[in-house]
Design a protein around this ligand. Sequence first.
Ligand code: UDP
Length: 185
Amino acid sequence: MRGFFLGGKYPGDALMLHYKRILLKLSGESLAGGEGYGIDACMVDRYAEEVKKALDLGAEIALVIGGGNIFRGLSSAAADMDRVQADHMGMLATVINSLAFQDALERKGVFTRLMSAIKMEQVAEPFIRRRAIRHLEKGRVVIFGAGTGNPYFTTDTAASLRAVEIEADVIVKGTRVDGVYSSDP
Ligand code: UDP
């Protein structure tokens, strides 16, 4: 898991032994590579490899992935848009990233489930807390897509919410900003 930790405070293995159930929040930008936008397959693959390593050490891993590499409700591209409409686009962007991450994990032989806060049955399971916990207990990586499902929130909020709901031992954040924000940085 090295590379996920702010300030390199924890060597990955030590953290893993310490915490059993981990909620990992990845910002959309962390998947974007040098370009700052879109999805860089190498970056996705790199993070997926780290997740697999943590899983192999015995951790239970849930993921929340942002959408800022594709669309943000408060971005200049959304300046003239209705805020709720723009936030819906942002939440769908998180699902696109989640699908990319799910694909990368499954190519490595990791069992996964994508759960969406916005119903889209052909693409993802609906988020059901008990079912999410069961998936984790069975060793599946659970990816929570579509944020909280509500406009005016960010995926940092979604990560905190899901972490509490699944009784995660720790939230780990992989990002290019230096903390957890209550509004879009
Ligand atoms: N979003 C939302 N509700 C949520 C989570 C996200 O409306 O519960 C929208 C919001 O427009 C946000 C975008 O999705 O700007 C992408 O999420 P975020 O900015 O948190 O992604 P990150 O910065 O982590 O890449």
